[in-house]
Design a protein around this ligand. Structure first.
Ligand SMILES: [Zn+2]
Length: 298
């Protein structure tokens, strides 16, 4: 064994360039390959059911890029796999730096990252679901009005916060709070085109409306005070009035109000292998918060 090691050592000492080439080869080719092999397992049939995917992590720097992208779902789908849902600090830094140094950030990154993933068997289904969440988004769900500039809203990332009505559970959406705590004055509009799938009372959601967007994601608007004249099965366009913000819900008795302040609860759901999976709607709201419909009060 000692003889083998010393022959190995002398071999490299006599020819240092061999050692140098080996190091260059290892760093340049093998490390990226090994790092990809380690990340490859991230993409599997249950990726979209993982807590990491469902939390939809989006770094602040990405919002302007997503806002100008034709295909934000594809961009984010790649970003999440490349950065391990933002848990890999080195990959995250590399990705964000590459965005800052490119004239065409979206095209550049997609071109760079997609070849890593597109031939894997679970890529197409994963991409379809990323696009379902992101590519149909058009408007923020609460309209503003220049007639009533005091009617503003605020929201924070309350995804998975604890809720206690009906037993301990996790918050599966985001609450958009009204600055004026008065039911029936804030117009709620559809964020996407789609078909009305559910309309009516739910114990938790009160008067709710559920819209299936063209890409297959289900957008759930809850606690409404009243509805626009709409029926189940009807098609809506992004920006169409759905009803008015309220405080209905948290009761088996239809029409109950006042159990919490006036707000809109917005949830986004996917159907994965026949199961309903909720995803964090906070980043989708952040993306659309600059795209508000202007309402006119008559
Ligand atoms: Zn809520």
């Amino acid at each position: 064994m000692t003889a083998v090691l010393s022959s190995f050592r002398s071999h490299f000492l006599k020819r240092p360039w061999i050692l140098l080439c080996s190091v260059v080869f290892f760093c340049g080719l093998l490390i990226p390959r090994l790092s990809f092999l380690a990340r490859k397992n991230l993409l599997n049939p249950t990726t979209v059911e993982s807590d990491e995917f469902r939390s939809q992590p989006v770094s602040e720097e990405l919002f302007p890029i997503l806002a100008s992208s034709d295909d934000p779902g594809r961009f984010l789908g790649l970003y999440w796999l490349e950065t391990r849902f933002q848990a890999d600090p080195h990959a995250l830094r590399t990705c964000l730096t590459s965005l800052n140094h490119s004239d065409e950030p979206t095209a550049f990154s997609v071109k760079k990252y997609e070849p890593h993933w597109e031939n894997l068997p679970d890529w197409n289904e994963y991409l379809k679901l990323c696009r379902a969440i992101w590519n149909d988004l058009r408007y923020f769900p609460v309209a503003t009005s220049s007639d009533c500039p005091d009617y503003t809203v605020t929201f924070e990332n309350s995804w998975q916060y604890e809720r206690t009505y009906g037993g301990k559970r996790r918050h599966e959406g985001i609450d958009i709070m009204a600055s004026v705590n008065q039911r029936g004055i804030y117009p709620i509009v559809s964020m996407t085109d789609g078909t009305i799938q559910n309309l009516g009372w739910l114990e938790l959601g009160g008067y709710r409306i559920g819209i299936l967007a063209p890409g297959g994601a289900y957008f759930y608007y809850a606690h409404l005070d009243s509805y626009a004249p709409l029926t189940e099965g009807q098609q809506v366009h992004a920006g169409d009035l759905l009803g008015y913000m309220g405080d209905t819900g948290y009761s088996k008795t239809e029409g109950t109000t006042g159990r919490f302040p006036v707000h809109l609860h917005l949830g986004i759901y996917l159907t994965v292998n026949g199961r309903e999976v909720s995803v964090n709607s906070y980043p989708a709201l952040r993306l659309t918060e600059q795209r508000k419909v202007n309402a006119v009060y008559e």
